[in-house]
Design a protein around this ligand. Structure first.
Ligand code: SF4
Length: 316
C-alpha cells in the first residue's frame, strides 16, 4: 500500500475483488484530519496541526528546500522529557503515536504538495522523543524505507542512551541527530532535566561507539539562548567536547514563546555569528537554522501551544 502510494482498497487490483470488498467493510484507509494549516512562510514552509481519533493534536512541518523537501514529523502526542526551552515539553507527556499516525503525517504532506518521493526527506524532530517510542518507530522506518533510503531519514533525540545503543544494532540505520544544547553537564541538566538520567559524558561515549556510516555524520543540535549558552567560550567548550567525533553542529536560535520562561530569548544576529565563527575556527562544521518557519511558530509544539490553555506557567 505504501510502496505503491495506494489510498483505497479498490486500487489494490492484485487482490481478489471479494477480499477487497471484505477489507473495505472492516477497515478504513484515511489520512489524518488536518485541523489547521498555516499559510506558507517566506521560505515556503508550512505547519500542519492534525487531529487524531482520540482527540489528541499533533504537529508536522513541510519544508521545501530547492531540489529537496523535508517533513518534520511528531512521534508522540506530547513529551515527558520536559526540556525547559520547548513548548511540547511544557505541556507534558503524551501517548506514543502508532506507525499509522506517524506515516499519516508524512503521506498527507507528500500528497498535498505532490512532492516526488525521490525529493522527500524525513526528520523526526516534531513533538515527542522518538527513541521513547522505539518499537513503533522501527515499524515506521521499515515502511518509509520502501520509498526512502535510510540516509534521507533523521531521528532527533534528546540523548536516550540505551535506545541509541539499540538503534546502533539495526541493520539499516537512519541519520542520528542529538540535542546537546550546552557544553557542560551542569547547564545541560538545568535545561534538559532528563540528562540527569543520561549524563553528558556517558552520552558522548555512546555517540563515539555509534557506527556512523561512511559519508555520514552525527548532527549535534544546539539551541542558542541569549546570554546562557551563546558565548564564544561556550563554542570553544563545545568544539572540545566534539573532538574526534564525526559530527556537525546545527545551531538553532531559540524561538521565544509566551509559555516559556521570559529570560529565554533569541540571541542577536551578531552573537549568533560570533558563536558560529568560533566553532568554525575550532574546526567544527556548523549550519545555522536562521529563520525557517520562525514566523509560523515552527518550533515543536508552538502551534498546538497557541491554542491550548497552559496547565502551569514556568517562572524559572
Ligand atoms: S525538545 Fe524534544 S525531547 Fe525536549 S521536551 Fe521538546 S519534544 Fe521533548
Amino acid at each position: 500500500m505504501h510502496g505503491r502510494g495506494i489510498d483505497s482498497f479498490d486500487a489494490m487490483t492484485n487482490l481478489p475483488k471479494e477480499l477487497r470488498a471484505q477489507l473495505a467493510e472492516r477497515f478504513t484507509l484515511a489520512f489524518p484530519q488536518v485541523v489547521e494549516r498555516t499559510a506558507p512562510a517566506a521560505d515556503g514552509s508550512q505547519k500542519y496541526l492534525f487531529l487524531l481519533r482520540d482527540g489528541n493534536r499533533i504537529e508536522a512541518v513541510y519544508m521545501p528546500m530547492g531540489d529537496r523537501t523535508s517533513v518534520c514529523l511528531s512521534s508522540q502526542a506530547g513529551c515527558a522529557v520536559g526540556c525547559t526551552f520547548c513548548v511540547t515539553g511544557f505541556f507534558g507527556a503524551g501517548r506514543n503515536l502508532t506507525p499509522g499516525e506517524m506515516l499519516g503525517q508524512f503521506f498527507t504532506i507528500q500528497h498535498e504538495h505532490a512532492v516526488p518521493m525521490e525529493m522527500m526527506n524525513v526528520v523526526f524532530m516534531g513533538m515527542g522523543e522518538p527513541l521513547l517510542n522505539f518499537e513503533y518507530l522501527v515499524t515506521t522506518l521499515d515502511v518509509l524505507y520502501r520509498n526512502l533510503a535510510p540516509k534521507r531519514i533523521t531521528i532527533s533525540t534528546s540523548g536516550i542512551i540505551p535506545a541509541i545503543d539499540d538503534l546502533a544494532k539495526l541493520e539499516r540505520r537512519p541519520n542520528l541527530a542529538v540535542s546537546i544544547n550546552a557544553p557542560d553537564r551542569r547547564r545541560r541538566e538545568e535545561i534538559m532535566p532528563i540528562t540527569k538520567k543520561y549524563p553528558l559524558q556517558e552520552l558522548m561515549a555512546a555517540l563515539r561507539r555509534y557506527p556512523t556510516e561512511r559519508g555520514r555524520e552525527i548532527t549535534i543540535e544546539y539551541v542558542l539562548l541569549a546570554g546562557y549558552n551563546d558565548a564564544p567560550s561556550d563554542a570553544v567548550a563545545l568544539a572540545k567536547l566534539l573532538q574526534g567525533l564525526r559530527a556537525k553542529v546545527n545551531a538553532i536560535p531559540f524561538n521565544a514563546d509566551p509559555n516559556l520562561p521570559p529570560w529565554m530569548q533569541r540571541p542577536t544576529d551578531a552573537a549568533i555569528d560570533r558563536f558560529v565563527d568560533t566553532l568554525v575556527r575550532n574546526g567544527v562544521a556548523v549550519t545555522v537554522r536562521r529563520s525557517k518557519g520562525r514566523e509560523i511558530a515552527a518550533a515543536c509544539g508552538q502551534l498546538r501551544g497557541k491554542s491550548e490553555a497552559p496547565k502551569r506557567r514556568r517562572t524559572g
